[in-house]
Design a protein around this ligand. Structure first.
Ligand code: AHR
Length: 665
């Protein structure tokens, strides 16, 4: 049982530490003159999972789909190694595209395409439509690369005639109407695998272009990792991220990123765990695999890129490894499908996890640290947390394996905090067993998950007030308010905002929290709602995103004492201060359909600034920010005078209002 009744009483009495005031005045007094409670400065972060085409076709800027000729029916019943490629012929040309596996580029990359051209007169090309079209902008540059090998000149079984020339490849971007809007020849082919590169500048904007490789002569050409990347990626990183999506994430000011999942981590069976080792090193040595969400993950966006992104945006990396058991829904089952790594394989598995720590933090001349250095990052990444398991079914098999992994990490790396897991729900059997394992092992942090309707969040604002502060701290790794029909409403966003004020109040026990899931490509979702939607051109942040962003921008590391009125209607508030800047932030959530008059008072021993910034996010409960109606509900900020340390406010119906008080000049 998680709740401590003594603490519950104490904290309910304190509930925000505040007594009720008379309804007419709704005085809310924030005490800058009294000691504040230290809370986590890392409370707001993000949970990134490659779900809803978040990576390939999303954040990862690669524009070619199935670039490595390794899609399979395990991903979609009608997929194969040649999916998303077609032959495009004009005039007398004749050609085929087949798949082969002899002399592959690398054993982790066993299949490749063979473009067999019998007659190149006219046009013999292979074409790729990207992920629902390739979106290019006039004047922008795109980098093309491909691993290629010349197999034969002219027909396969006949020695090349003196007059026959070796085929070369021309890379093209072709507009929807057939216009060639960019074209460049690749360097000559060699008889061994070599990486050919060129770049293209789009002469026209087109949202649904396609990519072609045209052969100049008859012959056979092996091709693998055919790639088209915008030259302009986030922070200019090679093999980088789509700039607009990455910037939208960065704008949340996340203090940490949990990655790469979610269910993705413990996978569809033990062979489908996300293996970090498969995701690092040169692209041609990485091992893509089916994503349990029903598509292919190329792992082009792999552990190096995740850690680099964290560093680029000042977020703490929180990688998650499977607890050596698979998702309990493995193999088309529900809840009964957990499969476990055989115990005799645990030593090797645990070593892989220890190797991850060395890869991230070890010196550049260590075995695994040298791989990081070779990728361009000789300095350690400063890994502090490793998540073990993801809302697993709490079976004896899980427990045994979790303990082995946890012990090994604690022994070898006491500097690393292991984050445990307590099942998929806010209560119930897995939750209870998970917490008892955490208590037994004295874990520093456990990961709670819950998706519930907006009412649940309003009804549970006191959830953490009663948590025993001597037990494990909580990382609320996945949460979201799911409105009816899983819509993206202001109703959900306000319920989340109200709950987040309670997380701030309990920021001494809840040390991290992340909304879930983060990203979704429109038309390619397996899960709704998500925080950020996008298509190939545009990013559409939801109202929940605006809430997360506002909290990220106004984070504190001290919870201020305050007298907050208890109202008959839905209302929640919190007051934090950022000790570095000295800024205080008061958050007020009105969940009712009437305005609430509030007089906000600041009790202080010292002089206060003459004005405050007041940011308001308000609308109708059913409002949504979607691709059809983007930006329906957006925050707006005004400056208001602070007179005698007091501020009259009228909280609009259905609103989040944040008051920011900077230190006096
Ligand atoms: O966030 C979507 C999914 O929800 C995650 O993969 C899983 O951990 C949870 O069930």
């Amino acid at each position: 049982m998680k709740l401590s009744s003594t603490l519950l009483m104490a904290s309910m009495a304190l509930n925000n530490g505040f007594s009720a005031s008379s309804p007419e005045t709704n005085d809310l007094t924030v005490h800058l003159d009294q000691p504040a409670k230290p809370i986590s400065s890392n409370l707001w972060g993000i949970f990134y999972e490659d779900l809803n085409y978040a990576a390939d076709g999303g954040l990862y800027a690669e524009m070619i789909q199935n670039r490595s000729f390794d899609f399979s029916a395990l991903e979609q019943p009608d997929w194969n190694a040649l999916s998303f490629w077609e032959v495009s012929l004009e005039g007398d040309a004749s050609a085929r595209l087949i798949v082969d596996a002899g002399r592959p580029l690398h054993r982790n990359n066993p299949t490749y395409g063979v473009f067999k051209v019998d007659n190149a007169s006219g046009k013999a090309a292979i074409r790729n439509p990207g992920f629902d079209g390739i979106s290019v902008e006039e004047g922008k540059s795109y980098n093309v690369s491909a691993f290629a090998r010349l197999l034969h000149i002219g027909p396969r079984w006949t020695p090349a005639k003196p007059e026959e020339k070796a085929p070369e490849l021309i890379a093209r971007i072709v507009a929807q109407n057939g216009d060639i809007i960019a074209e460049s020849k690749l360097p000559p082919l060699t008889t061994d695998w070599s990486k050919l590169k060129t770049s293209l500048v789009a002469q026209k904007t087109d949202t649904h272009a396609s990519f072609e490789l045209v052969a100049t002569e008859a012959g056979g050409i092996a091709l693998d990792i055919v790639s088209l990347f915008p030259a302009d990626t986030f922070r200019g990183r090679e093999n980088g991220l789509r700039k607009d999506i990455a910037q939208t994430i960065a704008d949340l000011h996340p203090r940490f990123i949990r990655f790469p999942g979610g269910c993705l981590v413990h996978g569809n069976g033990v062979e489908n765990f996300y293996d970090w080792k498969d995701s690092v090193g040169p692209l041609e040595t990485r091992k893509g695999q089916p994503n349990l969400w029903g598509y292919h993950q190329s792992v082009g966006l792999g552990y190096f890129e995740y850690f680099q992104f964290c560093e680029d945006i000042g977020a703490i990396p929180v990688p998650v490894v499977a607890a050596a058991v698979s998702c309990q829904h493995t193999g088309q089952t529900f809840d009964i499908g957990q499969s476990c790594l055989p115990i005799e394989e645990m030593e090797r598995y645990i070593q892989d996890t220890l190797d991850l720590i060395e890869w991230a933090n070890g010196p550049a001349d260590s075995k695994w640290g040298s791989l990081r250095a070779a990728a361009g990052h000789p300095e350690p990444f400063g890994l502090k947390y490793v998540g073990v398991g993801n809302e697993d079914k709490m079976t004896p098999e899980f427990e045994e394996r979790f303990k082995l992994i946890n012990d090994a990490i604690q022994n070898a790396h006491p500097e690393i905090t292991v984050i445990g897991t307590v099942g998929p729900f806010p209560d119930g059997e897995d939750f209870e067993i998970g917490w008892s394992i955490a208590n037994e092992l004295q874990l520093e942090v456990v990961d709670e998950h819950y998706y519930r309707d907006p009412d649940w969040f309003w009804d549970n604002l006191d959830r953490y007030d009663s948590y025993d502060r001597s037990e494990s701290k909580v990382y609320l790794g996945e949460y979201a308010a799911h409105d009816e029909g899983r819509r993206l409403t202001l109703r959900s966003a306000l319920a989340e905002a109200a709950f987040m004020t309670s997380l701030e109040r309990n920021g001494d026990v809840v040390i991290m929290a992340s909304y879930a899931p983060l990203l979704a490509k429109i038309g390619r979702t397996q899960w709704n709602p998500d925080l950020i939607y996008f298509d190939n051109q545009t990013v559409y942040p939801t109202i929940s995103y605006e809430v997360q962003k506002l909290f990220g921008e106004t984070r504190g590391d001290e919870y201020l004492q305050a007298e907050i009125p208890t109202l008959e209607q839905r209302f929640a508030a919190s007051a934090v201060r950022n000790s570095e800047s000295g800024n205080a932030f008061v958050k007020l959530v009105n969940g009712a359909d009437n305005p609430i008059p509030v007089t906000l008072n600041f009790a202080s021993d010292s002089k206060l600034a003459k004005q405050v910034k007041v940011t308001t996010l308000a609308g109708e409960l059913d409002d949504t920010n979607t691709a059809e109606k983007p930006g329906t509900v957006l925050p707006s900020t005004q400056t208001q005078k602070l007179k005698k340390a007091s501020l009259p406010l009228e909280l609009p119906p259905y609103s989040l209002v944040i008051v920011e008080l900077a230190p006096a000049d």
